[in-house]
Write a protein that binds this ligand. Structure first.
Ligand code: AP5
Length: 208
């Protein structure tokens, strides 16, 4: 079994959805930089105050704010880890490589038109970070989280104009990591379209 798994893929490709399912299945810790940053923003911490403007515009938060945070979280995690949203730049990937060996980089490939549809119709739970989609993966009761009863909301960066900027930021900064991990022979690309369960079957095959 792989013990450090990096989830790659554009915004909306299903990293959170598949990462959560995989962490439950393997008993690994899922570390999502997006969830951590949103929590910091909600709590008004120093990190949250610094990160908010970048996140709202769809830009990346500066490397120096993220690398130290993730180093600490990875060091604290017991057993295997699933990294969702980190690394996102070559500088972050180099820093990660100095700390641990990445066993698998799982790249979810989804076309842009589908990503825009997914993100603009996503609803998220602020309390447990579960995600839903108004059409493909709705909550049982509209507006209410199935898992914890939290009140679902639309992320500020899931508005269409910001989504388009996030896709460009992904192409400029994060896409190069596909070749980066390909060159290290740990990359597996999975078609991230189709049913959530069907994609999860392929994800499970990749981690064996
Ligand atoms: P982050 O929260 O990491 O956002 P992201 O990478 O843009 O990814 P998303 O959470 O939007 O999508 P996802 O791939 O997890 O898809 P999901 O499973 O939710 O980051 C947010 C911001 O934080 C960044 O913009 C940046 O500012 C900052 N940040 C974070 N990490 C950083 C870093 N390392 N460095 C610098 N800055 C950083 O699915 C999407 C939707 O599709 C859901 O509605 C879901 O239900 C639905 N769905 C999932 N699978 C399917 C399917 N197969 N078919 C149909 N619908 C599906």
């Amino acid at each position: 079994m792989k013990s450090v798994i990096v989830l790659l893929g554009p915004p909306g490709s299903g990293k959170g959805t598949q990462g959560e399912m995989l962490s439950e299945k393997l008993g690994y810790t899922r570390l999502s930089t997006g969830d951590m940053l949103r929590e910091a923003v909600r709590n008004g911490t120093e990190l949250g105050l610094k990160a908010k403007g970048y996140m709202d515009s769809g830009a990346l938060v500066p490397n120096d704010l993220i690398i130290g945070l993730m180093k600490e979280k990875i060091a604290q995690a017991k057993g295997g880890v699933i990294l969702d949203g980190f690394p996102r730049t070559v500088e972050q990937a180099d820093a990660l490589g100095q700390q641990v060996d990445v066993d698998l980089a799982l790249n979810l490939d989804v076309p842009d038109e589908e990503l825009v549809k997914r993100l603009t119709m996503r609803r998220s739970c602020p309390d447990c970070n579960a995600v839903y989609h108004l059409v493909s993966n709705p909550s049982k009761v509209e507006g209410v989280c199935d898992k914890c009863g939290g009140k679902l909301y639309q992320r500020d960066d899931d508005k269409e104009a910001t989504v388009k900027n996030r896709l460009q930021v992904y192409r400029d900064n994060t896409m190069p990591l596909i070749d980066y991990y390909g060159g290290k022979d740990v990359l597996v690309t999975i078609q991230g379209t189709g049913s959530i369960d069907g994609i999860f079957e392929q994800v499970q095959k990749a981690v064996q």
